[in-house]
Design a protein around this ligand. Structure first.
Ligand code: ADP
Ligand code: 5GP
Length: 204
């Protein structure tokens, strides 16, 4: 019988730092061949080991502004004094090629994209493709232990991340799906189930 093909998704994942977003996103990209990671633009300087075009598209303040004025961003925001944004073309090209697009973005960025997807300016690109998932740690105590275990941040940075995590957690109800990353295998099973189900959803 005739029916629609598999739906392409714009899959937005938000999680407090340390909740396991990177681990879960890597597994998704490893399993779903048609899924691409959306690389954002930023005006912040690259950190050691970061590659232009892979981790971010690094732009000057002036170039970023020019692209904002030209309407090239689907959404953009200022975080910690630097500008960040998602290019319309990144998402359009990937969805147009039948790929799923995976975005790792904070609650503020997700709120902007959600507003666009639900009828805001430029929403035609996203309509029917947008899906968002909030990943939470089992508790703030376990989040602290994971951040300490990762051995990447100083005590001060960890304290700031925990405060930010508590603020971000307050937004979980805004998301379509909510997954607690207690056991990584169960959390990943839930996440891949969301992707599989959403591929087959009939969109009005
Ligand atoms: P994020 O990208 O959200 O900051 P990561 O994926 O880097 O988080 O995970 C933070 C740390 O917690 C890593 O050391 C990771 O191996 C570990 N981790 C992830 N998921 C779990 C889990 N379910 N149980 C225990 N540790 C986990
Ligand atoms: P970092 O500089 O540590 O990589 O990211 C800082 C913050 O910017 C993170 O909270 C991240 O989610 C957010 N961010 C990264 N890319 C984008 C984007 O394209 N748009 C928005 N709104 N935020 C982003």
């Amino acid at each position: 019988m005739n029916g629609p093909g598999r739906r392409s998704l714009l899959l937005v994942i938000s999680a407090p730092s340390g909740a396991g977003k990177t681990t879960l996103c890597r597994r998704l990209l490893g399993e779903f061949e048609g899924m691409t990671y959306s690389v954002s633009c930023t005006t912040r300087p690259p950190r050691a080991g970061e590659k232009d075009g892979r981790d971010y598209i690094f732009l000057s303040e002036e170039e970023f502004r020019r692209r904002v004025d030209a309407g090239e961003f689907l959404e953009h925001a200022t975080v910690h004094g630097y500008r960040y944004g998602t290019l319309r073309s990144t998402v359009e090209d990937a969805l147009g090629a039948g790929h799923d697009v995976l975005m790792d973005i904070d609650v503020q960025g997700a709120a902007s994209l959600r507003a666009v997807a639900r009828g805001g300016d430029g929403g035609d690109v996203l309509r029917g493709a947008y899906v968002d998932v909030f990943i939470a740690p089992p508790s703030l105590g376990s989040l602290r232990r994971r951040l300490e275990g990762r051995n990447q941040d100083s005590g001060e940075v960890i304290a700031a991340r925990l405060q930010k995590a508590a603020d971000e957690m307050a937004h979980w109800r805004e998301y379509m799906y909510f997954i607690i990353n207690d056991d990584i295998e169960s959390a990943y099973d839930a996440l891949r189930a969301v992707v599989l189900a959403e591929h087959h959803r009939v969109v009005a």
